[in-house]
Design a protein around this ligand. Structure first.
Ligand SMILES: NC(=O)c1ccc[n+]([C@@H]2O[C@H](COP(=O)([O-])OP(=O)(O)OC[C@H]3O[C@@H](n4cnc5c(N)ncnc54)[C@H](OP(=O)(O)O)[C@@H]3O)[C@@H](O)[C@H]2O)c1
Length: 336
């Protein structure tokens, strides 16, 4: 059996994680039992929810991690040994099997087996056809429900969920405006992901920028960040607008010094519907969403970017970078 390299959760970060919050270990793999198969993990997905799991306490993504535990994370793996007739050598699977180079599974802990297509790269099953793009699909199609011709505003628009959400809204005939950090990311959102406009939340007067980017006001605000960005979006919402709340990126590293949203009274004044949602609550829709996204990726209708770090040992650094905005699109680690 090969050597398994793992990244363990070592200690709770105070604010932004540091490399010392992680520990890299090498462990022996036990022999396979009947019904099990061995995976060589090829890509690891790095996601903001992992920062919440590092904080201890309650998180939307399950119980917080305890020191010494394998870092939680989704991987795309290839079967390299098998004692399970349903999983042949060479099959690819996606599952939340943790930050490690190898994993033993019996199939019950997986998200899905990849039905490989020539026109969809395997790494896309963790991003543009995977959980992040499906989150965008759920937030737009099932929660925000924009109608053709309406304006949809999306924060963290250069990231994995946001870039997909905007393109799904565009495919539904909506105007899509993004919010991202810095002029370069905004240019990418407009030129590569083909949003109609993008506002820079690191520049002055975000509310004014949104007003200029959304001349008819905002009907749906897909919120990935909360905080000051939500305040600026609230000012620009149209009456009866919808706000699917996908995440609160601005709070994950705040170290408990939480920003209080000032414009919540506008939820009443404008009769807004603000609704949190979880991808995990919509398991039944994943196959439909994935099939649609696969077709969009294959046809080129879904543009996507991946930021790929190399090697499991570099996962902590890549994760810290992603939380600080160093990524464009889906942050992955290539493991082989
Ligand atoms: N509801 C669910 O079930 C579910 C499922 C998956 C993901 N999510 C949520 O979806 C959101 C996006 O996740 P993702 O995987 O696509 O990550 P991502 O957007 O690809 O990467 C994180 C991005 O967050 C931005 N960011 C960091 N700090 C910020 C701050 N203080 N204010 C504004 N933006 C900040 C950075 O972009 P800039 O450079 O533009 O700042 C960074 O690139 C997260 O809130 C995540 O928790 C929710």
């Amino acid at each position: 059996m090969p050597d398994n390299t793992q990244v363990l959760f070592k200690s709770h970060p105070q604010a932004m994680p540091i490399p010392d919050n992680f520990e890299i270990v090498h462990v022996d793999l036990p022999p396979l039992e009947e019904g099990q198969f061995l995976l060589e993990n090829q890509y690891l997905s790095l996601d903001p929810y992992m920062r919440m799991l590092m904080g201890g306490g309650w998180t939307y993504s399950g119980p917080g991690m305890t020191p010494g535990q394998l870092m939680v994370g989704r991987v795309l793996g290839r079967v390299i040994e098998t004692k399970n007739a349903d999983y042949a050598i060479g099959d690819h699977v996606v599952g939340r099997l943790g930050w490690q180079s190898h994993a033993i599974s019996d199939g019950t802990d997986l998200d899905f087996k990849v039905e490989a297509r020539q026109d969809v790269p395997l790494s896309a099953y963790l991003g543009a056809c995977g959980s992040t793009a499906i989150t965008g699909w759920v937030g737009i199609k099932l929660v925000g429900k924009p109608r053709e011709g309406e304006t949809v505003l999306i924060s963290a628009a250069a990231g994995s969920v946001g870039s997909a959400a905007g393109q799904i809204a565009k495919a539904m005939g909506c105007r899509a405006a993004g919010i991202a950090g810095g002029r370069d990311k905004c240019r990418l959102v407009e030129e590569v992901f083909e949003f109609d406009a993008c506002c820079d939340y690191k520049a002055d007067d975000l509310a004014g920028q949104i007003a200029a980017a959304c001349p008819d006001g905002v009907d749906v605000y897909f919120d990935n960040v909360g905080g000051r960005v939500l305040d600026a979006a609230l000012v620009n919402m149209n009456k009866y607008g919808r706000i699917p709340v996908c995440g609160v990126l601005s709070a994950y590293n705040d170290g408990g010094d939480r920003y209080g949203v000032e414009n919540l009274h506008l939820v009443f004044d404008k009769t807004l519907n603000i609704q949190g949602f979880l991808l995990a609550d919509h398991h039944d829709k994943w196959p439909e969403a994935r099939a649609e996204l696969e077709d969009m990726v294959a046809s080129g209708a879904m543009k996507y970017r991946e930021t790929i770090a190399q090697g499991i040992e570099n996962a902590p650094e890549a994760f810290i970078g992603m939380l600080g905005g160093a990524n464009v699109g889906k942050q992955l680690v290539k493991l082989v």
